[in-house]
Every structure is written in structure tokens, then in C-alpha cells.
Design a protein around this ligand. Structure first.
Ligand code: GLU
Length: 258
């Protein structure tokens, strides 16, 4: 299977912005194992801004664009250094790809991206993708990595897109406010009712929320790619997700389209 996994800032950093070592180690171990089992693995990783905030000791996520972009520049190095180190322990090679909305919109650049990723997979590397935050501006950029991961999954014709987040999946109410809210395990069609269940951004350092995840699900499933939202607090959940077991919320791919 060709699997795109998106990991959110809240899963790999502590609220301080410093690296969550236990989570990162577990994630890299599971992804290495999934790759050893014969899957193609592509990672879309957030965390550049969050880790930059931690490393620069800013205390909280900056609001002004230059400081955000400076944080991303610092944090992206830290992020890739950590992935390189941890995946190397399992003899895997990582490759960094930073994208902007323009790279997707321009057909020649988009094709170059697709060719590069295809070659990286043939060379047995693990592509690790993030938005090029130092030059993208939120209003004109891709803006969030849920959307970016859906763009990546459709561009590379992935079989499965997994969004690892700090929530268990899509609920029929807001689980932070309503303890009776129930997890929806399978979504066959993303209709208006499902869309209405999306809210705003949840955590302090990340960008997306349920609304961006539902948009990602619409894009992925329309292109024939299944999508799962699962809780990244235990990255081992990926074994069950890849095996098609009932965990988190699974959005079934539309069957009538390629
Ligand atoms: N590109 C941002 C970062 O690496 C994250 C965007 C998002 O969380 O959706 O910090």
C-alpha cells in the first residue's frame, strides 16, 4: 500500500513547543516497520513552527508573520534532524520536500514534485513533506497540513491517507464539551450533516481543526483515496489503521472515480 501519514504538531511536541521524544521515537519505529512490511510511506509532518517556538524559547506561538516564518526556519531543521536520526536507527533514509501553493498550481512544478516523489519511493527513501513556511503566507499559501496531506495523497495516488491528531476521530458532538458525544467509525458520504460536525482549531501550536480534516477527506475520497483520522498519542494505532481495522474515523473512498 502507498500510505500518506500526516502528523500534527500536538502529537510530536509538548505544549512548550519542545520535542516530544517518546512520541517521535514511537512514530518513527512504527513507520519504519510499516515500510519494512512492504508499504510505501510518505510523511507529511507539521511541527516546524512549534519546534521553532520551543528552540527559540518564545513561550507561545507568535502572531506576526516574520516571527512565525523565523520559527519555522529554525524548527524545520530541528524536525528533519530528529527524523533523520531516528529513522537512521532503523536503516531508513529520509528526504525533505517543502512545498508552496504555487508549486501545486503550476503544472510543470507539480509534475516535477510527482516525479521526484516517485523516484524517492523507488530509491526506498521516506519523503517527509511540509509547507515551505518561510516563504508561504497563510492567506495565500496552502495554510494547513491537513489540506497539504490531501493534496499530496491525491498527487501520488495514495491508497490511504492517515491524519494523526490529538483527537480520536470525528464525533457526533463536541467531545470536549459533551461527554456523551459518540465517535463515528465510518463515513460513507461526506454530506452536509458530516460537514456541520467540523469545528475550529483545537490546540495551541497547530493550525488545523476538524473543518480542515473534513475538507481533506472530501479531496482524498473524491480521488479514490481512503482517509482515516486517528489519535496519534499512540502511534502503534497505525498498525490497525493499515490493516483496515476499526479505529478512529474511516472515510470510504468514492468508488465511481479514479
Ligand atoms: N506547516 C506548519 C508547521 O510545520 C504546520 C501547519 C499545520 O499544523 O497544519 O509548523
Amino acid at each position: 500500500m502507498r500510505i500518506v501519514i500526516k502528523i500534527g504538531t500536538s502529537t510530536i511536541t509538548h505544549p512548550t513547543g519542545r520535542l516530544n521524544i517518546r512520541q517521535m521515537e514511537a512514530l518513527c519505529k512504527v513507520l519504519s516497520d510499516l515500510k519494512n512490511a512492504g508499504n510505501e510511506v510518505i510523511l507529511v509532518s507539521s511541527g516546524a513552527i512549534g519546534m521553532g517556538v520551543g528552540k527559540l524559547r518564545l513561550g507561545k506561538k507568535p502572531v506576526d508573520v516574520p516571527t512565525k516564518q523565523a520559527s519555522a526556519a529554525v524548527g524545520q531543521c530541528e524536525l528533519m534532524y530528529t527524523y533523520d536520526k531516528l529513522f537512521s536507527e532503523y536503516r531508513h533514509t529520509v528526504a525533505q520536500i517543502l512545498l508552496t501553493a504555487d508549486d501545486i498550481a503550476d503544472p510543470a512544478r507539480h509534475e516535477n514534485f510527482q516525479n521526484t516523489i516517485q523516484r524517492l519511493l523507488e530509491l526506498d527513501a521516506i519523503p517527509i513533506i511540509n509547507e515551505n513556511d518561510t516563504v508561504s503566507v497563510a492567506e495565500f499559501g496552502i495554510g494547513d497540513n491537513d489540506t497539504l496531506s490531501a493534496i499530496v495523497a491525491t498527487s501520488v495516488r495514495a491508497d490511504l491517507l492517515v491524519l494523526l491528531s490529538d483527537i480520536d476521530g470525528l464525533f457526533d458532538g463536541d467531545p470536549r464539551k459533551n461527554p456523551d458525544a459518540k465517535l463515528i467509525d465510518t463515513v460513507e458520504k461526506i454530506d452536509e450533516h458530516i460537514i456541520s460536525l467540523g469545528g475550529g482549531s483545537g490546540s495551541n501550536l497547530g493550525t488545523g481543526g476538524m473543518a480542515t480534516k473534513l475538507r481533506a477527506a472530501q479531496m482524498a475520497t473524491a480521488a479514490g483515496c481512503e482517509m482515516v483520522i486517528a489519535n496519534g498519542q499512540s502511534p502503534e494505532v497505525l498498525y490497525d489503521v493499515a490493516a483496515g481495522k476499526r479505529v478512529g474515523t474511516r472515510f470510504l473512498a468514492k468508488r465511481d472515480e479514479a
